[in-house]
Design a protein around this ligand. Structure first.
Ligand SMILES: *Cc1c(COP(=O)(O)O)cnc(C)c1O
Length: 495
């Protein structure tokens, strides 16, 4: 098998291995690591059909992480996709209303981030061992809710690594906060920060950029790293479930060999949909990639006009994990569309930083024909949840509802009858209040914990393990700090 090497989207000078890319996360020039050449799937779909999720994960990831030996990678895969997922087949496909919902939320924190974060910790640990890094890795993360908990679960009790999560005291839901402060694992640390998410994010970024502080910690035997979604170790594992979904459709004879499918993804940082695009480059038969946005519709405009413009108001919506103006992973698509032109990518990213806008050429725009962009507002999101529930007794969360509603628009626009997968990115139990409001207006005055029970009662769904008895779990973290005390807290923790 050909070795897969990586380089930055912004320069040509350095070629590195997958281990190095995973440990570094972000390139020194601010670019993102991309594979120099895309591996292809050379086994037939008949052969792949017999594999279970873990076997398929190993097969796909081995093509990218070529400097891991079989034993190392197998161990990572087996540790990641085990009993902590409540679904036997990890990512089940559910047919409703003529489409296929790919349920990616059966991991410990009820959102699709578990699919990647449950393996990133093991990849990182293995990579640092391979590179003979003797310092202990300290993962620093600022979170607006979902990523923090998924990272804590992924890294809990992985030795040689500590994880410190900062969350804004004013910026997360009761459930999200409780999920984090009850986190087990002796290497996990959770700190509430005074202020909102931007304050927490800024504070943590300053720590990463503080040379003196990093040198001080280096002397004590520590190095910082991040579990951010730009790490190639988070992106590659996401390709697996698109193949798995396709193979499930083949197995159940919903499609014939090599029949093309559409994939709809509710999009924020452009990671999940980029994984589907990478899948297509590897040989997955994809017709359209449908990029669904909420009212933060920067990507919708970009796909339709070729202009990326963040000069607009940031909107808080009921699909908060998609409330984002700068979709970092789009840089990897731009790189691909430009024919791997790192100078051009550097130039566009500099423009984005300086003026908040960039425009791609007509030639590059042609590459966007694989994509369709759509967006919907909060009212339509609620209506969609209600409609799907009433028509088919299936409860979807707010993010998945955005995807399904955009798909309906697409179908009306184009008349395309291609079989379609909807990436279902969160359990409805994770966004209980909005979902319950949509399907049953009678919930005023209920607290979040009571709402969970009520949702289980009226929909006849079991409460997922990850939040069951959350109210009764022991609170294990009570650290709090002000924004300017972050370094002090880190020093305290690492003493
Ligand atoms: C993170 C997240 C998204 C957005 O995924 P990206 O890879 O950032 O595009 C969508 N839905 C949910 C529930 C999420 O947690």
């Amino acid at each position: 098998m050909a070795a897969c090497f990586y380089k930055s989207t912004r320069s040509n000078d350095l070629t590195i291995t997958s281990s190095e890319a995973i440990v570094k996360g972000l390139a020194h020039d601010g670019g993102l690591y991309v594979p120099i050449e895309f591996p292809v799937v050379e086994k037939s779909f008949e052969e792949l059909m017999d594999m279970n999720y873990r076997e398929l994960a190993f097969y796909i990831m081995k093509k990218y992480f070529t400097d891991f030996d079989d034993k190392e990678l197998l161990e990572c895969v087996n540790k990641a996709y085990d009993g902590k997922f409540e679904a036997e087949d990890i990512a089940p496909l559910v047919e409703r209303k003529g489409v296929y919902f790919l349920e990616l939320f059966h991991g410990p924190t009820l959102a699709f981030k578990d699919m990647a974060l449950s393996i990133l910790s093991h990849l990182l640990k293995t990579a640092s061992k391979k590179l003979n890094i003797t310092r202990e890795i300290v993962i620093l993360t600022a979170t607006s809710g979902d990523t923090g908990k998924a990272a804590l679960e992924g890294f809990a009790d992985v030795d040689g690594i500590k994880i410190i999560v900062f969350f804004p005291e004013d910026g997360v839901s009761d459930i999200q906060k409780r999920q984090m402060i009850t986190q087990k694992g002796k290497n996990t640390f959770v700190v509430g920060i005074e202020g909102n998410f931007d304050d927490a994010q800024r504070g943590v970024k300053e720590v990463f950029a503080d040379k003196e502080f990093n040198e001080e910690l280096d002397k004590k035997g520590y190095m910082f790293s991040s579990a951010n979604s730009i790490n190639i170790g988070r992106l590659i594992p996401q390709i697996v479930y698109y193949f798995s979904a396709y193979l499930n459709m083949l197995k159940e004879e919903k499609i014939t060999k090599n029949e093309r499918i559409n994939i709809v993804v509710p999009t924020g940082n452009f990671g999940n949909i980029l994984a589907a695009y990478y899948g297509k480059k590897m040989g997955l038969p994809v017709n359209k990639l449908i990029c669904a946005s909420n009212e933060n519709n920067v990507l919708y405009d970009f796909i339709n006009t070729g202009v990326y413009d963040i000069g607009r108001e940031f909107k808080k919506t009921i699909s908060p994990s998609m409330d984002i103006l700068i979709s970092s992973n789009l840089e990897r698509l731009i790189y691909d569309l430009s024919g791997n032109d790192n100078d051009l990518v550097s130039d566009l990213m500099a423009k984005l930083k300086e003026s908040g806008v960039y425009v791609i050429s007509d030639e590059m725009k042609k590459g966007l024909k694989d994509f369709y962009g759509g967006y919907i507002d909060d009212d339509e999101t609620c209506d969609t949840i209600k409609e799907v529930y009433e028509d088919s007794n299936y409860v979807i969360d707010t993010h998945t509802a955005v995807a399904y509603a955009v798909y309906k628009k697409y179908k009306k626009d184009t008349g395309d009858e291609t079989k379609t997968i909807i990436a279902s990115t969160a359990s409805p139990f994770k966004f209980t209040r909005s979902v319950m409001k949509a399907i049953d207006a009678n919930v005023e005055g209920y607290d979040d914990f009571k709402l969970i029970k009520e949702m289980s009662n009226i929909t006849d769904m079991n409460i997922p393990k990850g939040i069951k008895d959350l109210e009764k779990r022991e609170i294990l973290h009570n650290r709090q700090c002000k924004n300017d005390e972050i370094k002090k807290v880190i020093t305290d923790i690492l003493k």
